[in-house]
Design a protein around this ligand. Structure first.
Ligand SMILES: [Zn+2]
Length: 155
């Protein structure tokens, strides 16, 4: 089940999605019409399947058609994967921040570190090591930059 928390901040509707998007989700009903601008956080979306993707694209294309400015924040790794796979997944919107996968060299724990897309570009896609949240050991970027940041390198 998907859970949606909405907050109107001035002209911007901030929407936080949580849960897997694996069925036909009526985003129109759940989110409703956005005003001038919408910011969508997918920090807590661990999975999205093809049915979820269809519902997603239908909703955000509808917003784009109404000239709503769409910004995606805190994109989860599952969402980044779709952004890279499907060229119109972001429906004319902008990705401003995302989670980056890390793997601890010490205990093997997987974690995710938040970055803005500007930071990633400034780092030239060379992600620095981080501290493992579990053991404090050294965690390294756990993907292939050319693949994980494909949409940023080619967008
Ligand atoms: Zn660790």
């Amino acid at each position: 089940m998907i859970n949606i928390v909405k907050e109107q901040k001035g002209d911007v509707l901030v929407v936080k999605l949580s849960g897997s998007i694996e069925e036909s989700v009526d985003f129109d009903k759940l989110i409703g019409p956005a005003t001038k601008e919408i910011m969508v956080s997918t920090k807590a979306v661990p999975r999205i399947n093809s049915i979820g993707v269809k519902a997603w694209i239908k909703y955000f294309q509808g917003l784009a058609a109404k000239k709503t400015k769409i910004t995606y924040i805190e994109c989860s790794m599952a969402i980044v994967e779709q952004i890279n796979l499907i060229s119109n997944f972001i429906c004319g919107g902008t990705v401003s921040s995302l989670y980056v996968p890390y793997l601890c060299q010490n205990c093997g724990a997987e974690s995710a570190a938040p970055y803005t897309t500007d930071q990633v570009k400034k780092l030239e896609f060379k992600m620095p090591d981080a501290k493992c949240p579990k053991c404090g050991g050294k965690a390294s970027f756990d993907d292939i930059a050319e693949e994980y940041f494909y949409f940023l390198m080619n967008g």
